[in-house]
Design a protein around this ligand. Structure first.
Ligand code: UDP
Length: 387
């Protein structure tokens, strides 16, 4: 076989070899332009990056300021009354915790209460409404207005973000984690240990994802993986809503893969689910490179993570070929990939300890309480929550 090609001419034994080489040349020209854009993004991100203060959960403090800004004129009894049906009411009176007798998701309430109970001695009297659904409640354009605590939101909402229940318990139950994903303290230690046991050079050079189809934003990677299994291994698993293969994009559901198994892969993908997905913090601890798709859905610790420093951002509407290009970029620039992977790991390891989660809850509730314009009186029907 003889194929001699340059930009002007192509000599080959047969035409189809010629076309293939020309296609590849065109692809690499386009890739080079794209790669230049990625290098520029990294350069700009590095120039403007200011490492945050690692002490006393300061890396996340500005999220509290931002979320409470809308309530800077004070929180009245009427304002809380407006939104009391949006979640579960909690009261703190004389360092004791009380709650509505009903909680929509009891395990989620327990996961939340775990953190509040341990900081009670430092908290003043207050009352607040906690939304335990996945979806935020206070849209900026329509509906009721008032202070509602939610674990995740996008910029379209005024909800006040709190650390999700799943840091302790109440996370989604899957076959691998039948009691629900929780105990971040244990996951942290396990993942960090595994991350150290699998050297970067031994990680499988594929873009990896396992999860259910909670958002179609996951489709392009799953489809790319079906076309190019050497580049990506991304498959849909069942969730509780699964009825037919249509819910796994017309494929048999894949087996679930533990967080630890994820660490064997060099490139890990994170996507939104219904709101933010809990996997982001886990996969960042693998010391693998994380691709984070979409920037709309947040948890309280996301703003501390910077694109091109701690992860590679991917547009929520990225096509298969745009994703392919990004993966090709990191495969061709291993040192960059490794540096971003290490940065992402370090950010979570240093700033998302259980201590940081408790610290965030404490700062958040203390600052919220300062805005209350009335002294809460214990409701008649509340129950006391104890350890
Ligand atoms: N998960 C997992 N292994 C799997 C599938 C899911 O560890 O094979 C975890 C996943 O990381 C997430 C949770 O289970 O934290 C639920 O994942 P799913 O994709 O079903 O929904 P999501 O919450 O991401 O929208």
């Amino acid at each position: 076989l003889v194929v001699i090609c340059n930009d002007q001419s192509c000599i080959a034994d047969n035409k189809s070899d010629c076309n293939k080489v020309e296609r590849e040349n065109k692809y690499s020209r386009e890739s080079n332009e794209k790669f230049k854009e990625y290098f520029d993004n990294i350069k700009k991100a590095k120039e403007s990056y200011q490492p945050c203060d690692k002490t006393k959960c300061r890396c996340h403090s500005n999220v509290i300021q931002d979320d409470l800004k809308r309530f800077k004129d004070g929180i009245t009894k009427e304002l809380v009354g407006n939104i009391k049906t949006k979640g579960t009411k909690y009261q703190i009176i004389n360092h004791k915790l009380y709650r509505d007798p009903e909680c929509m998701f009891p395990a989620r309430c327990s996961g939340i209460e775990h953190f509040i109970l341990e900081i009670l001695p430092d908290l003043p009297n207050m009352e607040f409404i906690v939304n335990t659904r996945d979806w935020p409640q206070i849209h900026k354009q329509y509906g009721a207005f008032g202070p509602v605590f939610s674990f995740s939101k996008s910029n379209d909402y005024y909800d006040i973000m709190y650390p999700a229940w799943a840091f302790w318990e109440g996370g989604p139950a899957i076959e691998l984690y039948p009691k629900g994903i929780g105990r971040w303290d244990i996951h942290r230690k396990q993942l960090s240990k595994i991350a150290d046991e699998i050297p970067w050079e031994e990680k499988i050079e594929k873009a990896f994802f396992r999860g259910s189809r909670t958002s179609p934003e996951r489709d392009p990677l799953v489809l790319l993986s079906r076309e190019e299994p050497d580049l990506a291994d991304a498959q849909y698993t069942k969730n509780q809503a699964w009825k037919t293969d249509a819910d796994t994009l017309h494929a048999v559901p894949a087996s679930e893969i533990s967080f630890a198994e994820h660490c064997k892969y060099k490139y890990l993908f994170n996507f939104r689910g219904v709101a933010a997905s809990f996997r982001f913090k886990h996969i960042l601890l693998c010391k693998s490179l994380v691709f984070h798709v979409g920037n709309e859905w947040l948890e309280f610790f996301y703003p501390a993570l910077k694109p091109w420093i701690h992860y590679i951002p991917v547009d929520a509407k990225a096509t298969k070929s745009e994703i392919r290009e990004l993966v090709e970029f990191v495969k061709n620039n291993d040192a960059i990939a490794r540096e971003i992977a290490e940065n992402g790991y370090q950010m979570i390891w240093d700033n998302l300890k259980m201590k940081d989660v408790s610290c965030y809850w404490k700062k958040l509730l203390k600052q919220y309480a300062k805005l209350l314009k009335y002294e809460p009186v214990m409701d008649e029907n509340v129950i006391e929550i104890k350890k």
